[in-house]
Design a protein around this ligand. Structure first.
Ligand code: APR
Length: 236
C-alpha cells in the first residue's frame, strides 16, 4: 500500500514556467488591485476589465509549459499515492502528468455560465469576451473563485489533508484562507516538507525547509523522501 503524499501548491510552483506569482516583487497584485479584477463586485462594475485581466493571464498560460518541479512531482506517483491540492488556476500539474489534482481557486482554461454555474466550458482560445454566452444566452465568466466567494472544494481538500502520511507545501505564501488553513488538517507528527526560496507564513514545528525554487527543490525532496522511505522500511 503506497503512502499518501499530499501536496499543497501555490503560484511559486509555476513561477519558473513563466507565470507570475501574486505577492513577490513585480507580482500580479503589484499591477492590479484585487478588488478591481478578482471579486463579484468587480465583475458587476467593470466586466471588461475583469475579462481583460484573465485573458492576459490565460495568454501567458497558453505559452507556458510545466517546469522540472511539476514533472518531478508527477514522477512521485510511481512510489506514492500523490494527491495535489493546488491554489493555482493553471493546468501545469495536469500537463506534467499528475493525475489526482484538486483546484481550490478554479481553472483559467474554463468558463462558466452566469445563469447556471453548473454549466462549465473548456475554452479553446485564450480570450473570453463580452458577448461570449452559454446555451441559455447568459454571459460567460471565468471559472475562478473570486475573493469573497465560497471555495466549493475546501471540504474535499480538508478530507484529503486528513489522510496525508507526508505533506509537501510548495510555492505558497500561505496568507490566503481557507487554503492556508489546510495545513492544520494534516495528522499530527507526519513529515512536512516546505519548498520555497522565501519564507512562507508557516507556524508549524518540525518542518523540513528546502529553501530553493520548485524545480531544484522538488528534486532535493525526492532524495530526502528516498532516505525517509528506506529508513521507514528499515523500521518496519
Ligand atoms: N519556486 C517555489 N516557490 C516560489 C518560487 C519558485 N520559483 N518563486 C516564488 N516562490 C514562493 C514565494 O516565496 C511565495 O512564498 O511562492 C510563494 C508565492 O506566494 P503568492 O504570490 O502569495 O501566491 P499564493 O500563495 O499561491 O497565493 C494564494 O492568493 O491571490 C490569491 O487566488 C490567489 O491562489 C492565489 C492565492
Amino acid at each position: 500500500m503506497k503512502q499518501k503524499l499530499v501536496v499543497l501548491s501555490g503560484a511559486g510552483m509555476s513561477q519558473e514556467s513563466g507565470l507570475k506569482t501574486f505577492r513577490d516583487m513585480g507580482g500580479i497584485w503589484d499591477n492590479y488591485h484585487v478588488e478591481e479584477v478578482a471579486s463579484p463586485e468587480a465583475w458587476k462594475k467593470n466586466p471588461e476589465l475583469v475579462l481583460r485581466f484573465y485573458n492576459e493571464r490565460r495568454k501567458a498560460l497558453w505559452e507556458a509549459r510545466p517546469n522540472a518541479g511539476h514533472i518531478a512531482l508527477a514522477s512521485l506517483e510511481d512510489r506514492y499515492d500523490v494527491e495535489i491540492i493546488t491554489q493555482n488556476v493553471d493546468d501545469l500539474h495536469e500537463q506534467a502528468g499528475s493525475r489526482k489534482i484538486l483546484h481550490l481557486h478554479g481553472e483559467l482554461r474554463k468558463a462558466r455560465s452566469t445563469a447556471d454555474p453548473s454549466r462549465i466550458y473548456t475554452l479553446h482560445t485564450p480570450e473570453l469576451n463580452i458577448g461570449d454566452v452559454c446555451e441559455l444566452g447568459s454571459q460567460l465568466r471565468p471559472h475562478i473563485v473570486w475573493f469573497g466567494e465560497p471555495v466549493p472544494n475546501i471540504v474535499k481538500a480538508q478530507k484529503i489533508m486528513e489522510k496525508a502520511d507526508i505533506l509537501v507545501v510548495i510555492g505558497t505564501s500561505l496568507v490566503v484562507y481557507p487554503a492556508a488553513g489546510l495545513i492544520h488538517f494534516a495528522p499530527e507528527g507526519i513529515p512536512i516538507y516546505v519548498i520555497d526560496p522565501g519564507s512562507p507564513n508557516l507556524t508549524l514545528s518540525g518542518v523540513v525547509y528546502i529553501q530553493k525554487k520548485a524545480s531544484e527543490g522538488v528534486n532535493d525532496l525526492l532524495e530526502k523522501l528516498e532516505h525517509y522511505r528506506l529508513g521507514f522500511n528499515q523500521k518496519e
